[in-house]
Design a protein. Structure first.
Length: 349
């Protein structure tokens, strides 16, 4: 309702009317009927479309700001039934004679292999949705997308401008059918990757082929970063050793840029990663120089994603479970599951 008033140029008048009606209700409250008073106030709040005190407290509170600071300017990961991307930011809408701006939350999902803007929220609803995402998000150290022969930083992704305009038009027309939109711009502050929880069934042949394709993709990524790449797969503890060519005169072990990279690949989704005992021991010994590169969505829909985690065994994104598994011979492995905190408000996915 307030956005509708803003669109019509009656924002101040609307605020004054709301304040006056609340004063009238409060003047008529009777301490003898607290239950009836509460019911009347709730009815008024619902009719006016006002947010609840809890919603306002969450959005204005320090915890909300801390949650958003955690994901701002980074790529956040959440697990979902439907893969895709979400974006949060500010929409600026030119309505001809004047303009408005408001928080906007955008959800993109796949139709086949094509990403399309599907839904979104504005105003307080957008803020609350971002808060819910931020509360349960996993933050990789680096994130990339493979688009054909190109590798892109995932943080550079943007929603379709045509899709954003259509979404804003639909959201505003549900508030004010007369709103005439001249142009829409969107300033992005948040990028969220939605990965499916479902993992594809595996076989030995599938695992070998998938693993090789993931390793080839990571090698391309490191070359895209400008690193010198040395294959170390035959050692059995990790897959690649990489470093900045400017440090080639330094011996291995003393290069600031060096990475010992282990690659784990998912054909689609899945919440667990596995390190064998030798891999885990090597990861512990390397500490901050050990990187776990996780490839997702190798077989679609859409483009494969590469999410990179530094020192995963000491990374708050993960919980580590030690177990024994039958793998031709019995081996001790570590299972790494993502630490996804419980939502504190509302309903998540």
């Amino acid at each position: 309702r307030l956005i509708s008033a803003q669109l019509q140029g009656n924002f101040d008048k609307e605020i004054n009317e709301i304040e006056e009606r609340i004063r009238e209700v409060r003047a008529n409250l009777s301490s003898a009927y607290p239950a009836e008073n509460e019911k009347n106030l709730k009815s008024l709040i619902d009719r006016l479309g006002l947010p609840s005190e809890l919603d306002i407290a969450e959005v204005l509170g320090g915890r909300f700001r801390q949650a958003l600071e955690r994901i701002e300017g980074k790529v956040a990961l959440i697990f979902s039934d439907e893969p895709g991307y979400c974006y949060g930011g500010i929409a600026r809408v030119d309505l001809g004679g004047f303009s408005v701006e408001f928080p906007l939350y955008i959800e993109e999902a796949y139709e086949g292999d094509v990403l399309k803007v599907k839904s979104g929220k504005i105003g307080l609803g957008a803020c609350l949705e971002l808060y819910r995402v931020a509360e349960r998000a996993i933050i990789p150290d680096e994130a990339y997308v493979s688009k054909g022969s190109e590798i892109l930083e995932a943080g550079r992704l943007e929603p379709s401008s045509v899709g954003v305009r259509g979404l804003v038009r639909d959201l505003l027309k549900s508030i004010n059918p007369e709103a005439g939109i001249m142009s829409v711009t969107f300033e992005k502050f948040f990028t969220i990757v939605k990965l499916p929880q479902e993992a594809l069934a595996t076989s030995r042949k599938y695992s070998k082929e998938t693993g090789q394709m993931g390793e080839d993709l990571v090698k391309r990524l490191e070359e895209f970063r400008g690193a010198s790449v040395v294959e170390r797969k035959t050692l059995g503890s990790y897959d690649f050793y990489t470093y900045d060519p400017s440090e080639s005169s330094q011996p291995e072990g003393r290069r600031e840029s060096e990475r010992y990279i282990e690659v784990k690949t998912h054909g689609r989704g899945g919440e667990w990663l596995r390190l064998e005992e030798g891999e885990a021991e090597f990861a512990r010994n390397c500490g901050q120089k050990y990187w776990l590169y996780t490839v997702w969505m190798l077989y679609g829909p859409g483009e494969p994603l590469i999410l990179c985690f530094r020192d995963p065994l000491n990374n708050p994104n993960f919980r580590v479970i030690e177990r024994e598994e039958e793998m031709i011979v019995r081996k001790k492995t570590l299972r790494l599951g993502f630490n996804v905190p419980n939502l504190s408000i509302g309903q998540g996915e």
